[in-house]
Design a protein around this ligand. Sequence first.
Ligand SMILES: [Zn+2]
Length: 167
Amino acid sequence: MKRFLLALLLLLPLAANGHVEHPVCVDAQKRMVRFAPVPWEMLAMRNTAVAMATTIGPKPFILYDFEEFDRMDELTRDFIFAHECAHHALNDLVNGPAYPMVISRKSMELSADCFAGTTLRRLGEWSFEEVEIALRKNFWEHDISHGSQDERIAKIKSCWDSADVAQ
Ligand SMILES: [Zn+2]
């Protein structure tokens, strides 16, 4: 799988026509995270996710479905990128899914939502009302791994409200 992904990434400059703006993302070891558009059907993950945090070799990556991201509004795109960045920044790939006894998947996802809420607040481009409208439109109503829509919005709101915006 890793080898396949690597081959795919080498071919991407040829395949990806659209360019999607993405934020700067740094992982827990202070390494720059790379963003790579991926035709999702090739990963056979269509309908389960539009983006994922992963590593290829030792390098941290965020892979995303460029067709979906092209269609998305900017706010939703920034939220999803910030959420995936959180998995790198909070070291979830090391501490999370591989060690389900240490931390549950849902609490890990809610922490990533919190990080994304704080990131969006600091960006200063939107009101929380706008964030809520966009996310309610795009979050699945019930998602076992990420929590319900209401649960996620409540978590994001509490992190939004307590974000230190002076930084
Ligand atoms: Zn996640």
